[in-house]
Design a protein around this ligand. Structure first.
Ligand code: FES
Ligand code: FES
Length: 179
């Protein structure tokens, strides 16, 4: 007896991609109206769609701090947040840290204290240091080390990074006292 198996022919219709979402971000002081896919991280949006490549991708898993930016003046790992979650936020990347009068005191201190080697971690370190000083919490060297512990430097420039942050903190305190 002959047994015949007929294979059904199936047509696979690709499902359409979900629609993009309209969001508005203030990036380095400039308002941007954007259409973003819901799965786009803030880090990928900055680097791939806005060409702000100063923010670095290290681990892409929240473990190295290379992608640190400031959102509403607070530090955040941009690889761990979706762009759509930040609708309306005020974002500062390393490209926006300097002011019209020159480098930010943290940037200047990093240069003066030789606080980087390859420089890959440096944008994240600087954004994190600026955020930390905004928070007003780092009152001792140990507190600076502790509060910067989420930013990894594979070159091991830590002692000079801490010195640079201490110097920038003193300078910012002196400037505030003069006001
Ligand atoms: S790339 Fe975001 S924490 Fe490492
Ligand atoms: S300066 Fe090279 S990783 Fe920090």
């Amino acid at each position: 007896m002959e047994i015949r198996t007929e294979q059904a022919t199936r047509t696979v219709i690709p499902s359409p991609l979900p629609p993009k979402h309209a969001i508005t971000l203030i990036i380095n002081g400039v308002e941007k109206k954007l259409e973003v896919a819901t799965w786009t991280t803030l880090l990928d949006l900055l680097r791939h769609e806005l060409d702000l490549t100063g923010t670095k991708k290290g681990c892409d898993h929240g473990q190295c701090g290379a992608c640190t930016v400031l959102i509403n003046n607070k530090r955040i790992n941009s690889c761990l947040t979706l762009a759509v979650m930040q609708d309306g936020a005020d974002i500062t990347t390393i490209e926006g840290v300097a002011t019209h009068t020159g480098l930010h005191p943290v940037q200047q201190a990093f240069i003066e204290h030789d606080a980087f080697q390859c420089g890959y971690c440096t944008p994240g370190q600087i954004c994190s240091a600026v955020g930390l000083l905004n928070e007003g919490q780092a009152n001792t060297t140990d507190e600076i080390r502790d509060l910067m512990s989420g930013n990894i430097c594979r070159c091991g420039a830590y002692p000079n990074i801490v010195k640079a942050i201490e110097a920038a903190k003193s300078q910012l305190t002196a400037l505030n006292l003069k006001k």
